[in-house]
Design a protein around this ligand. Structure first.
Ligand code: NAI
Ligand code: MN
Ligand code: ZN
Length: 336
């Protein structure tokens, strides 16, 4: 089979590998479609601290069950999407329903081989059945929308919220769709530094967009008389948290997704005086069923995020487009 492998940082290629056999408790999936994510690029460049090499990357993938390991009952040919979070099930975070921060966390495509491969073996419990009403195009988008499902479960969302989303990249757009189309927030403001991404934000549910490349956000919000009650940082520059604390309404919630290793300087007095809640969110804790239900009910338009599709053999163009063409590119899919 063909697998897309990062042999070592900087070196991405197709390798021919033997088709893997599922272990007990696993299913083998014939992969049909997958999405490229920013974290795949970080693994390629050696800037993901969790990655081990060589690695078959890819954690946003969809396919059909093709073979069962011992002890697994599932229908061969079933359409499934794969939750990349593999957890031990018995540590403290697992015991309180937080497998995404398991003490022995293994993320498919990061710590273990992932889905950019013609076949992938995964724990049967990680393979979620996809109803036929959700077509192949949308399937690999369940994982990125699980990021939005996770952070919004942490912050909670109310229809009365005036929400602000920093960043209109792929993750920002999943958050924007969920805030508007699942929760119906009263007002949704989105900032970015790229006009085409702000246009995408508007198509995905933003009521107002602000390009902060040339406008200071605090002044723009003050002029408009807006104090956000919910702020989600999907841009993840370490300077954003301090600004978010400054512009937030009293009693607001702030959601963080960033992995920056640089310090963010914040003033406790401001956090406490307004009694702000700051929630961090990593990957997803069992949110696939929820996202699949949203997709099946047709309340989201995940296909709006897809801008490019390539066959596996065109992987070099696919990765180059995803990494270097931020103005035109959102989600890039690989077709197997
Ligand atoms: P992206 O890089 O495609 O999008 C980020 C967007 O933010 C870009 O459009 C950029 O122009 C904009 N931006 C940069 N600085 C800004 C600022 N100061 N104000 C407003 N906008 C700004 O990245 P993607 O894939 O959408 O992911 C967003 C972030 O979420 C990344 O930092 C990524 O590491 C993180 N992430 C976290 C996850 C988690 O589970 N915690 C999961 C997936 C992504
Ligand atoms: Mn992803
Ligand atoms: Zn655990």
């Amino acid at each position: 089979m063909k697998s897309l492998v990062v042999e070592r940082p900087g070196r991405l290629s197709i390798e021919t590998r033997p088709v893997p056999e599922p272990s007990a408790g696993e299913v083998r999936i014939k992969v049909e479609r997958a999405g490229i994510c920013g974290s795949d690029i970080h693994i390629l460049h050696g800037s993901n601290p969790f990655a081990r090499y060589p690695r078959v990357i890819g954690h946003e993938f969809f396919g059909r069950i093709d073979k069962l390991g011992d002890g697994v009952s599932a229908r061969l040919g079933a359409r499934v999407v794969v939750d990349p979070v593999v957890a031990c099930g018995h540590c403290y975070p697992c015991s309180v329903g937080r497998p995404n921060v398991c003490a022995e966390l293994a993320v498919l495509g990061v710590h273990r081989d992932g889905g950019f491969s013609e076949y992938a073996c995964v724990p049967a419990a990680n393979a979620h059945l996809l109803p036929d009403s959700v077509d192949d195009d949308k399937a690999p988008l369940v994982e990125p929308f699980s990021i939005a499902a996770n952070i919004t479960d942490h912050t909670r969302v109310f229809a009365s919220d005036v929400a602000l989303v920093y960043g209109a990249g792929p993750i920002g757009l999943t958050v924007i769709q969920v805030l508007k189309h699942v929760y119906g927030v009263k007002q949704l403001i989105v900032t970015d530094r790229i006009d085409s991404r702000l246009e995408a934000a508007q198509r995905n549910g933003a009521d107002r967009v602000i390009n902060t490349a040339n406008t200071a956000l605090p002044a723009a919000l003050a002029d408009a008389g807006v104090r956000p009650t919910l702020i989600i940082d999907a841009a993840c520059h370490p300077a954003i948290l301090a600004e978010a604390i400054e512009i937030a309404s009293p009693a607001a919630r702030i959601g963080l997704l960033g992995f920056s290793a640089e310090p963010s300087t914040i003033v406790q007095q401001k956090v406490t005086a307004k009694e702000l809640a700051i929630h961090a969110s990593r990957l997803n804790s069992g949110k696939f069923a929820k996202v699949i239900d949203w997709f099946a009910r047709g309340i989201l338009q995940p296909e709006r995020l897809i801008t490019h599709r390539y066959g596996l053999d065109a992987y070099a163009t696919a990765f180059d487009t995803f990494e270097h063409n931020q103005t035109e590119c959102c989600k890039v899919q690989l077709i197997f």
